[in-house]
Design a protein around this ligand. Structure first.
Ligand code: 5GP
Length: 221
């Protein structure tokens, strides 16, 4: 079943389909948080996966909204109980995707958006390749990436410098992704990512209701 809105009167009911996992990865500072937020605003059938992390909250971040902030002991428990779809150490902290909300959304025909790194994306590709659409967002230049990281002003200079040096490691995984989008303009980047989402929803194998739909179309025979 899908919970997509009812179609306008006189038009066909939406064809049932399986939800998909859309992963957005990029070095931090490439703009993926803004893109995610705006995608969620634009599309009611999209839900954000909220990760668990051992990293302390940054100013303004809320528990259960930006992340589930947990201590390392609880994180370990989640791993041991196999409650995480994927998990990885990024910089000095652990991050992971709680699986229950994702599974619930997918079976409901909703799509789930993930802001996770290349390690998590590799794990999802191993366990759920058919449901995965992976998008890598590249910054337009190193100078622009540095400017964006500095203007956030939430991290210390030392952290910014380390993130810059990590950015090149993260970028080295670009070829493992299905789509690559350069974020030189936020609106254009958003539209590109949204176009990917719309096209991927039309994939034949995702439209589980097609068999019945086409059968009904051919009933006159
Ligand atoms: P930040 O600490 O800046 O919020 O995130 C740091 C990095 O961790 C980002 O690249 C982000 O995509 C990644 N990340 C956030 N949540 C997860 C997760 O659940 N799994 C994995 N593998 N990476 C994550």
């Amino acid at each position: 079943m899908s919970n997509q809105p009812d179609p306008p009167e006189g038009t066909a009911a939406p064809i049932d389909r399986r939800g998909m996992m859309i992963v957005l990865s990029s070095p931090s500072g490439a703009g993926k948080t803004t893109i995610s937020r705006r995608l969620l605003e634009r599309d009611a059938n999209l839900a954000m996966s909220i990760s668990a992390t051992t990293r302390p909250p940054r100013p303004g971040e809320k528990d259960g909204v930006d992340y589930f902030f947990v201590d390392p002991v609880d994180f370990n428990l989640m791993v041991n109980r196999q409650e995480l779809l994927e998990h990885a150490k990024v910089f000095d902290h652990y991050y992971g995707t709680p699986s229950a909300p994702v599974m619930e959304a997918l079976s409901d025909g909703r799509d789930v958006l993930f802001d996770i790194d290349w390690q998590g994306t590799q794990q999802l590709a191993q366990t759920a390749r058919d449901d995965l659409v992976s998008i890598f967002i590249l910054p337009p230049s190193t100078a622009e990436l540095e400017r964006r990281l500095k203007s956030r002003a939430q991290d210390s200079d030392e952290v910014v410098a380390r993130r810059m040096s990590k950015a090149s490691d993260e970028i080295s995984h670009w070829a493992e992704y299905d789509y690559i989008v350069v974020n030189d303009d936020a609106d254009r980047c958003l539209n590109d990512v949204y176009s990917i989402l719309i096209a991927e929803r039309k994939r034949r194998e995702r439209q589980t209701g097609l068999l019945d739909f086409v059968k009904a179309l051919r009933q006159w025979q």
